[in-house]
Write a protein that binds this ligand. Structure first.
Ligand code: SP5
Ligand code: ZN
Length: 335
């Protein structure tokens, strides 16, 4: 039986609303998502606590301090409600060392749709511990293990949150695997959205391959990353692979793109595969525009399993809550 990791503290983070198309709407990345993920699988195990060191091996120390203190600083500034940035240090601003919470909220984020609550750090921390525990299982010899990562991680960069993500679990697990002696690690990202944070973190590194199948950023979030000509730089040139697809994509084209990614990963010859699995490619997803069916996920997983690589599965997005458990169950059944 495949081991599955989840901690109930991952439910605590519950922003009230997000800014979307000019208005506040209910937050899409809900605790109910985690309950649906759990309902879709057999019993989960609590993760072991690996502490902050594996997080700090990927994320900027100032950013981690911000995640831990931002809500209290927001309250101290007289605010109520969740922390939301409203000014960003773009257009060539100097990298000033500011302390005002309003400045920090912009410095450490990439969008306005990821409110930070009193519980965001705790939930993201335990989501990351679940990922690290799944990695432990695979390093100990399991062929595959899964972490129900909520909040998700692939949009979070070394020093920024965004896209409902705070700590990048795939990146933390990849770095932990490197530090455990795995020479080359591959990340396959099949969430609907491009995993800009994961790409950024390993952009100039040749030891971690990042391959993503996702909605064309010409039409979809995160817009500024995930275009086909982004291939990495320096030692990382050629170890980033982006395969954008159009709205309406069904399993045939998605599976073919995943096969292209898996071929490139096989040539990279990694010792470990990490899968960022998003079920927001589902035909009924409320914030996305692909058309995969529940049974398609089992086929994608069988193709991944056929690589024979030791595999850590981490969940990312997927907002059709009523179908999320069965979509995850379908995917895991393919391993
Ligand atoms: C992990 C992941 O899948 N993040 C996706 C972030 C996408 N954010 C931009 C789209 C926002 C749409 N918000 C709709 C809210 C409806 N309640
Ligand atoms: Zn997504």
């Amino acid at each position: 039986m495949m081991r599955l990791f989840f901690d109930p503290r991952q439910l605590d983070h519950a922003p009230a609303q997000e800014l979307h198309n000019g208005a506040f709407v209910p937050y899409a990345e809900t605790p109910a998502r985690a309950q649906a993920l759990c309902a879709g699988v057999h019993a989960t195990e609590s993760p072991t606590d690996h502490g902050e060191a594996p997080i700090l091996a990927v994320h900027d120390a100032g950013y981690v301090a911000y995640l831990k203190t931002a809500y209290d600083r927001w309250l101290a500034a007289g605010r109520s409600g969740d922390v939301m940035g409203y000014i960003w240090p773009v257009v060539r601003r100097r990298a000033l060392d500011l302390t005002r919470i309003d400045a920090l909220a912009g410095r450490y984020s990439m969008d306005s749709s990821t409110p930070l609550t009193a519980d965001s750090w705790t939930s993201a921390y335990w989501s990351t511990q679940s990922a690290l525990s799944a990695l432990d299982a695979v390093l100990a010899g399991d062929r595959v293990a899964t972490a129900l990562c909520r909040p998700p991680g692939h949009h979070a960069g070394a020093d920024y949150l965004g896209g409902y993500c705070f700590i990048n679990q795939a990146a933390v697990a990849a770095q932990a695997a490197r530090d455990a002696g795995i020479a080359r690690v591959a990340i396959l990202d099949i969430d609907y959205h491009h995993g800009n944070g994961t790409q950024d973190i390993f952009w100039d590194r040749g030891d971690v391959f990042y391959a993503s199948v996702h909605a064309d950023p010409a039409t979809d979030f995160p817009f500024y990353w995930g275009h086909a000509d982004e291939v990495g730089e320096g030692a990382g040139e050629g170890t980033t692979l982006n395969l954008p697809l159009p709205h309406g994509t069904t399993i045939a084209a998605f599976r073919a793109a995943q096969a292209t990614a898996l071929d490139a990963i096989a040539r990279f010859d990694p010792g470990l595969l990490i899968v960022s699995f998003g079920a927001d490619t589902f035909e009924g997803d409320p914030i996305a525009n692909f058309a995969l069916k529940t049974s398609d996920y089992a086929m994608l997983a069988r193709d991944i399993a056929a690589t024979g690589l030791p595999t850590v599965v981490l969940t990312e997005g997927g907002y059709a809550v009523d179908n999320l458990g069965e979509n995850l169950a379908s995917f895991l059944s393919g391993f």
